[in-house]
Design a protein around this ligand. Sequence first.
Ligand SMILES: [Zn+2]
Length: 401
Amino acid sequence: MARNRPRAPITSPAAATVFSTVLTRGPVTRVDVARRTGLSSAAVTKAARPFIEAGYMAEVAAEERTVPGAGRPASPLDIRAEREFFVGVKITGDDLIGVVTDLRAQVHNAQRHPLQSRAVDSVVAAIVNLVRALLAESQEFLERAHCLGVAVSGDVDRASGQVRYSPFLGWHDVPLAELLEEATGLMTTVENDVKALTIAEQWFGEGIGASSFALVTVGAGIGCGLVANGALVTGAFGVAGEIGHVPVADGGPPCHCGGVGCVEAIASTHAIVAQARLAVGEPELSMDQAVARARSGEETVRRVFAQAGHAIGLGLAAVANLFGPERIVVSGEGLAVYDLFDQQIQESFARQAFGSAARCGLAIRALPFEEWARGAAAVAVQTMFAPESTRSRQHAGHLNT
Ligand SMILES: [Zn+2]
């Protein structure tokens, strides 16, 4: 089926700014948008008009003015969230998690498909099947979804759509966005998974209104995304905020990165299991068993989790001391066992954070796995509403789904 490109009327950086302000802050009056963006009211009105005409934005009923003589009440602008749907897919080593979201990244449909193989062709075919299955749930999805976001761990170059290196998949230099665009007909953006989650948090979560914040993920790896002055920090060489490889234990366990005593070498799920096995002398101990034994009060195993919490707390303090974010969100599948290292995270952070850096709030919470796919969808939302001039990869017209 031939598809048309989305016709989001982004013609200038001002249009993108107005749209993203209404998206993240709406309902909001034009005057308020002008105040927040530094644009004139006339420029806001001009930028908003094409969005209203195309159905992405609407004026909502104004609240009655209570002050007599205050003039005509201003009608706030808001997003029509279901004007456009987005598909987000997270690729893990073992399966695909996919969601359909609306413009505000609210999840309308979610599915999980196992991966039969990690070969590129096979993963691309599996993603195409997943996308079809997700969109087939509703005629509205089929008609109004034009963009796909894909999140992968590892070294990902969003601008060119390449997965440069993914350790879990064993991929090098895979032009994933191009392959998926051809196969699905959807405008495709590929992003590192932690960066994708950070964008979702920045636009639709705890990061709203914060000019700087950090997102730290705890699980199979220890990841971190940084936002400074409202923009994702990408690093001059594509690496920034690698809290997982901050050394916190001189002479500590070796890390897969080649370093020693890294946070990840102590606090990743794999590291915790390895240390718990050593501590109890049982080489077959599983993570679930380690958790159960720690919760039942077995001191040697409890200590392993406490050391992991300590390492994470020191890593968070390093982020606060170097970068000074307004807040740090700590999330990830590893936090399902939060009760086992909560106290050490908080204590080690408080002890090591320097002066006022400790004032940054720590929001610690579990991360349902579909959140990773929602992050991928948020990247697709962001791409669709980036000004045409900032999209460095030329997107072809829509092909066949
Ligand atoms: Zn390391």
